[in-house]
Design a protein around this ligand. Structure first.
Ligand code: COA
Length: 180
């Protein structure tokens, strides 16, 4: 069964992700990061035990990223990873986000889930915000993969960033006095 994660799931999510992170397969997650991003998360429960997790994070108007996809080592190969990716796809569809991306070492798995390899420079810059926490940083060897949901209409992208209206900038008087 897949359900949205709750605050009670965080220690278990951390255990699953970090057991793979120790093997260099994904990035470590702190409790602080997990609490902060918890609304993006779903978990897979089997016999009342959380055995897998995933997160879908919104990157931009036309793109979301699958993050923190991990299945407990004892439960791999049972179709749980597929179900978690399907949850992400349904979530993107619900949000009307057309493209889903992943940065991964698991090209074979994501290929089976309908993702295609793309050039990393085709992705929005915002994707790389997590890289400051990665020990590999500039030497990133993960593969960028994208799946496009063709049934979700293309969005007309805003042409410029919104600017706040009606904001007045206070003019400081007597700056010389302040400097003294
Ligand atoms: C990658 C991972 C999520 C796959 O989960 P899983 O539950 O074992 O995958 P599933 O059983 O749902 O597999 C679905 C399909 O993908 C295939 N598959 C799974 N892992 C694969 C791999 N490494 N290479 C190629 N195919 C793979 C399965 O054979 C299955 O194919 P089928 O439907 O034709 O039988 C899991 O191995 C994992 O947690 N890995 C470590 C963390 C990680 O790398 N996460 C990805 C971060 S982006």
């Amino acid at each position: 069964m897949i359900r949205n994660a709750t605050i009670h799931d965080v220690p278990r999510i951390g255990d699953i992700i970090n057991s793979h992170a120790e093997l260099g397969k994904m990035l470590f997650k702190s409790y602080a990061q997990l609490y902060e991003g918890l609304r993006d998360f779903a978990v897979y429960e089997k016999h009342n035990k959380v055995v897998g997790c995933t997160a879908l994070s919104i990157i931009w108007a036309d793109m979301a990223e699958i993050r923190s996809l991990a299945v407990d080592e004892q439960y791999v190969g049972q179709g749980i990873g597929r179900r978690l990716v399907e949850w992400c796809v349904e979530e993107a569809r619900r949000l009307q986000i057309r493209k889903i991306m992943a940065l991964t070492y698991e090209q074979g798995f994501f290929g089976k889930m309908g993702f295609e390899v793309v050039g990393k420079d085709s992705l929005p810059l915002k994707v790389w915000s997590d890289c400051v926490r990665c020990p590999k940083r500039d030497g990133c060897d993960e593969i960028a993969m994208v799946r496009e949901l063709r049934d979700v209409p293309m969005i007309v992208m805003p042409t410029s960033a919104p600017t706040p209206k009606g904001v007045s900038v206070p003019v400081l008087q007597g700056m010389d006095d302040l400097a003294d």
